[in-house]
Design a protein around this ligand. Structure first.
Ligand SMILES: [Zn+2]
Length: 336
C-alpha cells in the first residue's frame, strides 16, 4: 500500500492511466519506462506486476498489496517476476540467457511472466538481440518493463517494439521533500534542486566534498561582489582558480552565481518560495535594499555572457576577472 501511495504522489497522471489499464486488462506487451532516477519507474513496474499476479484483486481489478503474491513481488521473491540489472557496467548476453532459462522452467506458478530490466541502455548488442527474441513471444504470456534513464542510447530495434512511457521529473518541491527524507537539510537541498532534477545526482553532489566547498567559495565571492569590495577581484586568483581547475568545474561557478542573482530577483518580486540560498535571505535583502531590478538583470546577463566566452575557450582567469569588474560596476556603491 505504501508503494501505491508513493506512486500516486510521484506520478499522479501515469498512475491514473495505469489504473485504467489494469481495470480493463489492457497492459501492453513491452514497455519502455523512461525518465531520470528516482521518479518511480521500478515502483510502477512492480505495482503493475502485482496487478497481474494479485490473488485478492480489489475493486477495478487493482492489486491488494498484501496477499502472498503481492508481498513476494515487493520483496523480489516472485518466481514469475524476474528482474535484471547491469552486472558491472553492462547487461551481458549471459544474463539474458539465464533469464530465458529461468523462464522456460516449467512448474513455475503460471504461464504469465513479467520481466523488469533496469538500465536497459547498458545492454550489450548480444544481450539486446537475445532480449528481442523475448519480445517476440506471443502476446499475453510475457510482459516486459524496460527501464532507462537514457532513452537516446536505446537501440532502435528495442525502441520500436516497446510502448514508450515518459516519467516526468519531480518538481523542485517534491525533490526537496525527497532529499529531506534522506537527511539532507532544507538549506543544502534547496541549492541542489536548482542544479539537478535527479534525486540520485542530488544525493551524490551532496556527498561530494569538492562541491560543498564550491558552494561556500562562490557564496563568499558573491558577497564580496555585491558589497563592491575590492577584494572580489583578487579573489579570482586566490580562491576561485585554485579550487575550480577543470573547465567542467568552472562552468559550475556560473550556475552558482546565477542562482544568487536569481534569488535576489525572486525576493525583489516578493517571492520567497524555493530560493536556492534560503539561509542567506537576510543578506540578499540587504543587497536588494540598495539595488535596482535592472542592475540585477544586467548582472545576470553579464554572467551568461561570460559563460559563453568561457565555452569558446578563452582563458578562464581572464573571463572571471572581466566578469567580476562588470558585476561590480552594477553592484551598489559602498557607502562605508
Ligand atoms: Zn494482492
Amino acid at each position: 500500500m505504501e508503494n501505491e501511495q508513493n506512486l500516486e504522489w510521484l506520478q499522479p497522471q501515469l498512475f491514473t492511466r495505469f489504473k485504467q489499464n489494469l481495470k480493463h486488462g489492457q497492459l501492453a506487451h513491452a514497455y519502455l519506462f523512461e525518465g531520470v532516477a528516482g521518479v518511480g519507474k521500478k515502483e510502477m513496474a512492480l505495482w503493475l506486476a502485482q496487478g497481474v499476479f494479485c490473488l485478492n484483486k480489489q475493486e477495478d481489478n487493482l492489486p491488494c498489496g498484501h496477499c502472498q503474491n503481492c508481498t513476494r513481488i515487493l520483496e523480489h521473491q516472485h518466481p514469475d517476476v524476474i528482474e535484471l540489472a547491469p552486472d558491472g557496467l553492462s547487461i551481458k548476453v549471459d544474463q539474458v540467457r539465464e533469464l530465458k532459462v529461468e523462464f522456460s522452467k516449467s512448474g513455475v506458478e503460471s504461464r504469465q511472466k513479467i520481466f523488469i530490466v533496469e538500465d536497459v541502455e547498458k545492454m550489450t548488442i548480444g544481450a539486446a538481440n537475445s532480449l528481442l527474441k523475448f519480445l517476440e513471444e506471443p502476446e499475453g504470456t510475457v510482459i516486459a518493463f524496460l527501464l532507462t534513464t537514457a532513452k537516446q542510447r536505446i537501440l532502435p530495434t528495442i525502441l520500436s517494439r516497446c510502448q514508450l512511457v515518459h516519467f516526468s521529473p519531480l518538481s523542485k518541491k517534491m525533490l526537496l521533500n525527497e532529499l529531506q527524507k534522506s537527511d539532507i537539510s532544507e538549506n543544502q537541498g534547496s541549492l541542489l534542486v536548482h542544479l539537478t532534477n535527479s534525486l540520485e545526482t542530488a544525493v551524490e553532489m551532496n556527498r561530494n566534498e569538492w562541491f560543498n566547498e564550491s558552494r561556500g567559495i562562490i557564496w563568499k565571492w558573491f558577497q564580496l561582489i555585491s558589497q563592491n569590495e575590492k577584494q572580489a577581484f583578487i579573489f579570482v586568483q586566490t580562491d576561485v582558480m585554485p579550487h575550480f581547475k577543470e573547465r567542467e568545474q568552472q562552468l559550475l561557478i556560473f550556475e552558482l552565481l546565477l542562482l544568487a542573482y536569481r534569488d535576489a530577483l525572486m525576493l525583489l518580486y516578493g517571492s520567497v518560495d524555493l530560493l536556492a540560498y534560503p539561509q542567506y535571505q537576510k543578506n540578499l535583502q540587504e543587497f536588494l535594499a540598495q539595488s535596482r531590478g535592472k542592475d540585477i538583470t544586467q548582472a545576470i546577463e553579464t554572467i551568461l555572457f561570460s559563460k559563453k566566452k568561457l565555452e569558446s575557450n578563452v582563458s578562464a582567469q581572464g573571463v572571471f576577472e572581466q566578469m567580476v569588474l562588470l558585476l561590480m560596476s552594477v553592484s551598489p556603491v559602498k557607502t562605508r
